[in-house]
Design a protein around this ligand. Structure first.
Ligand SMILES: Nc1ncnc2c1ncn2[C@@H]1O[C@H](COP(=O)(O)OP(=O)(O)OP(=O)(O)O)[C@@H](O)[C@H]1O
Ligand SMILES: [Mg+2]
Length: 289
């Protein structure tokens, strides 16, 4: 046997996951493997199941009970609709970034970012509000990396949307997350802020080897920053492959009557002079209309 062959444990492994809400299937037999260090875009029209899938991977929701499982870093998160025993501990390695940032607005940015360390602190210490020096240094370093160190003592609510999202990403750095799940992190941002947020995620992915799964409405941002795309349609995976190979037909199939929304997102993104789009992908996307 070739000893050079090593088995890579997937960062995320979803097997035959379905989720039914009432009469509707939000996830329909989803199976995906994401290797450590990948940066993957999750795309699909509104209601296609992107948030639901991310929430399941994060251990925040349970799938249908008849079949299906999720492992993160080789550790079970859920099987047959039941959360695994160590799910809380496993969750601490997953940083979740939300569209609406989820910061505590009245607290300084620094404190918000420091809360990323709570999961590895004993309860008494987190209740005392006293954070060890090493954690505080980590927070400073994280703020510096995302370019908002000068905002450390400003109330989070006083930051712009893009700055708040960068603070939320800094929180995942302090958390020492091995996997970042970002659910529409740029949906409420202007094109320049969107570009900066995506660049920060890409840099963390490249420099730290952090696995990043990011749901996006904007196909051009997906192709620009994520080598791999997974496309969902009514809860089912309809494409999983290089984002550069997303075809006009597939995009038309994915977005259907929502194609106009996609156009709007794209034209806003295009208004950013600094934004460069792969010409092939751009022409493919334009051909949709
Ligand atoms: N808690 C819930 N109860 C009932 N139905 C739900 C619930 N959460 C999601 N759904 C349904 O599941 C489907 C998938 O929703 P989901 O929010 O995952 O889509 P999405 O791709 O994230 O959409 P968007 O791009 O608008 O954020 C939708 O039909 C939605 O209405
Ligand atoms: Mg969503």
């Amino acid at each position: 046997m070739d000893s050079a062959v090593s088995v890579v444990v997937p960062a995320v492994k979803v097997t035959a996951l379905s989720k039914t809400f009432g009469c509707c299937k939000a996830l329909d037999d989803v199976s995906i493997d994401i290797r450590p260090g990948e940066m993957v875009a999750l795309i699909g029209a509104s209601g296609s199941g992107k948030s639901t899938l991310l929430r399941h991977i994060a251990g925040l929701a349970r799938g249908d009970g008849d079949r299906g499982s999720i492992e993160v870093d080789g550790r079970p998160m859920q099987t047959l609709g039941r959360l695994a025993q160590g799910v809380r501990k496993n969750r601490s390695g997953i940083g979740f970034v939300f569209q609406q940032f989820n910061l505590v607005g009245r607290l300084p940015v620094f404190t918000n970012v420091l809360t990323g360390s709570l999961a590895r602190m004993p309860l008494w210490r987190s209740l005392s509000g006293f954070f060890p020096r090493a954690e505080r240094e980590l927070a400073i370093e994280a703020l510096e990396r995302v370019g908002i160190l000068d905002k450390a003592w400003v109330r989070a609510s006083a930051l712009s949307g893009g700055q708040q999202q960068r603070a939320a990403i800094a929180r995942t750095l302090v958390q020492k997350a091995r996997i970042i799940l970002a659910d529409e992190p740029i949906a409420s941002l202007d094109p320049e802020s969107s570009r900066r947020v995506m660049e920060i995620l890409a840099r963390i992915n490249a420099e730290d080897g952090t696995t990043v799964v990011v749901s996006l409405h904007q196909v051009d941002f997906a192709t620009r920053y994520c080598p791999r795309a997974i496309a969902l349609k009514t809860g089912a995976v309809v494409y999983d492959g290089p984002s550069a190979q997303l075809t006009p037909d597939l995009l038309r199939n994915l977005y259907g009557s929502q194609a106009e929304e996609l156009t709007a997102a794209r034209s806003t993104a295009m208004s950013s002079a600094a934004f460069i789009t792969d010409p092939d992908v751009l022409s493919a996307a334009i051909a949709v209309h």
